[in-house]
Design a protein around this ligand. Structure first.
Ligand code: AMP
Length: 419
C-alpha cells in the first residue's frame, strides 16, 4: 500500500470545545472500511493493572475492545493488535510483557492469539505477512521502544508496514501523540474503532447537546486536575456539585476555616475567579454544607461532623456530610444529564466512603444520562458493583479529561474524516 496522508489534521485548542467535539465525532469508522481479506493493525488500550505475580487485576479494558475485534474478524480480515502496558521507559521490562493479556484475550474470545515477543522486526513482518482471515496476532508492548513515545516516523512506518489498514480503538491513549497512535496514520488509511466512536459520541454529547438540567459532580484530590473542566462546564451546566479534596481550596478562597485539609495555595485565586465566572454564567457551584473530619486520614480514628467552613485547626476534611448528601441528592434527582469525575471523599477508607457511596447509588437508580469520566471514579463505581447501571463509563481518565476541557485529542484528529 502506498503512502497515505490524511487531510489536514487539526491543531486548534478550543476553550469551549463544542466545535472540536463535533469535528472529532465525524471521523471515519471501522464500519466504513472494506475489511475483506485485509490485514488490519488495531491500536488497543491493553494497559491493564497487574498484581505482584503479574496477574491481571481488572480486564475491563480488554473486554471493552471485543466488539471491534469481533467485527473485524467477522468481516473476513486478520488482526494485528498493538498496545502499550505501563511505563517501561523505552526498554524491555520482563514484567511488562503482554503475555498475560494474550492469555486473557484467548479466554474471552475463544480463539488462539499468536503473541509475538517484539512489535517490529523481521520475525514480526514475516508472521504478519502470513496471516489469514480470522488470525489474531498480538504484538509486544510498544513502549519497549523509546521511538514510540517520541512519535518517531521511521518506527511508525515499520508498524504501518505490517498491515493494509489502521483502526484506533485505544481511547485511553488518544491524548498522546505517539508512533502507534498518531505516527502510523501518516502511512495507512486510519479509522476509529467501535469503542473509540462510543467514547467520542458519549463525551461529545456532553459538550454539544446535553439534555438539561445538566449537572456535573466533581471531586477527587486536586482542583488543579479539574480546572480545565470547571471552566468549560460552567458554561454548560446548571449546577456543579463539588466534593473531595478540591472542596477546601474553594472554601479557603471564600475565607472559610479548613483546618489541615488539602489546599492548593497557588490555586486559591483561580478558585475565586471560577466562583465569580460561574455566577456570571448562571451556573451554581455547590460547595458542601457539612464535612466529616478527623485528625488523621485513616480508619479507626475519631470522626466528627462539622458545618461548612468550621473545620477545627488540627482536623482534615475527608468526606461530605449528611446535609450535603441531601442537597446533592435533590439536584441529582432533577437532572437529565449527569457527568461525574472524582470521589467525594477519601472513599478508600470505610469511614470516609459514605458520600461517594450514597451518590453512586443514587446515580445507579437515575433515569438521566449518566457518564462517568475515568480514573478513581470508575474504581468506586466498580467496587459498588453498579458499573452496568451507568449510561457510559469512560475507559480513558486523562483522555476524557482532555476531551472535556476542549483540548484536541491528537490520536483522534489524525484519523480520516467521514466523506
Ligand atoms: P482523582 O484521581 O483526582 O479523582 O482523586 C482521587 C483521590 O482523591 C482518591 O484517592 C481520594 O482518596 C482522594 N480524595 C477524595 N477526597 C479527599 C479529601 N477530602 N482529601 C484528600 N483526598 C481526597
Amino acid at each position: 500500500m502506498g503512502i497515505f496522508l490524511p487531510g489536514g489534521g487539526f491543531s486548534l485548542i478550543y476553550r469551549g470545545g463544542d466545535k472540536l467535539a463535533a469535528m472529532q465525532i465525524r471521523k471515519l469508522s471501522v464500519k466504513d472500511l472494506d475489511l475483506k481479506d485485509k490485514r488490519v493493525l488495531v491500536r488497543v488500550d491493553f494497559n491493564v493493572s497487574l498484581d505482584e505475580e503479574g496477574k491481571i487485576r481488572d480486564d475491563t479494558r480488554i473486554r471493552a475492545v471485543l466488539p471491534t475485534i469481533k467485527y473485524i474478524l467477522e468481516e473476513g480480515a486478520s488482526l494485528i493488535l498493538l498496545s502499550h502496558l505501563g511505563r517501561p521507559g523505552g526498554k524491555v521490562v520482563e514484567k511488562l510483557r503482554l503475555n498475560p493479556v494474550a492469555h486473557r484475550l484467548e479466554e474471552l474470545i475463544g480463539r488462539p492469539v499468536l503473541k509475538m515477543d517484539e512489535c517490529v522486526g523481521n520475525r514480526v513482518r514475516q508472521t504478519t505477512r502470513g496471516t489469514k482471515p480470522g488470525d489474531i496476532v498480538l504484538l509486544e508492548n510498544t513502549r519497549f521502544h523509546k521511538e514510540e513515545s517520541q512519535n518517531n516516523p521511521e518506527f511508525a512506518r515499520k508498524l504501518a508496514d505490517l498491515a493494509d489498514l489502521f483502526v484506533n480503538d485505544a481511547f485511553g491513549a488518544a491524548h498522546r501523540a505517539h508512533a502507534s497512535t498518531v505516527g502510523v496514520t501518516r502511512f495507512l488509511p486510519a479509522a476509529a474503532g467501535l469503542l473509540m466512536q462510543r467514547e467520542l459520541e458519549m463525551l461529545g454529547e456532553l459538550l454539544t447537546n446535553p439534555r438539561i438540567p445538566f449537572v456535573a459532580i466533581l471531586g477527587g484530590a486536586k482542583i488543579s486536575d479539574k480546572i480545565g473542566i470547571l471552566h468549560n462546564f460552567l458554561k454548560r451546566c446548571q449546577d456543579i456539585l463539588v466534593g473531595g479534596g478540591m472542596t477546601y481550596t474553594f472554601l479557603k478562597a471564600e475565607g472559610a476555616q479548613v483546618g489541615r485539609s488539602l489546599v492548593e495555595e497557588e490555586k486559591i485565586e483561580e478558585a475565586r475567579e471560577i466562583l465569580k465566572e460561574a455566577s456570571g454564567e448562571g451556573c451554581r457551584i455547590r460547595l458542601p454544607l457539612d464535612h466529616l473530619v478527623a485528625r488523621e486520614a485513616r480508619d479507626g480514628v475519631g470522626v466528627r461532623l462539622v458545618d461548612r467552613g468550621e473545620i477545627p485547626p488540627d482536623y482534615l476534611g475527608l468526606d461530605i456530610g449528611p446535609r450535603t448528601i441531601e442537597l446533592f441528592s435533590g439536584i441529582i434527582r432533577e437532572a437529565r444529564t449527569i457527568f461525574w469525575n472524582g470521589p467525594l471523599g477519601m472513599f478508600e477508607l470505610i469511614s470516609f466512603s459514605q458520600g461517594t457511596r450514597a451518590i453512586a447509588e443514587l446515580l445507579a437508580e437515575s433515569g438521566a444520562t449518566v457518564v462517568i469520566g475515568g480514573g478513581e471514579t470508575v474504581s468506586a463505581v466498580k467496587k459498588l458493583g453498579i458499573e452496568g447501571k451507568m449510561t457510559h463509563v469512560s475507559t480513558g481518565g486523562g483522555a476524557s479529561l482532555s476531551f472535556l476541557q476542549g483540548i484536541e485529542l491528537p490520536a483522534v484528529a489524525s484519523l480520516m474524516d467521514k466523506k
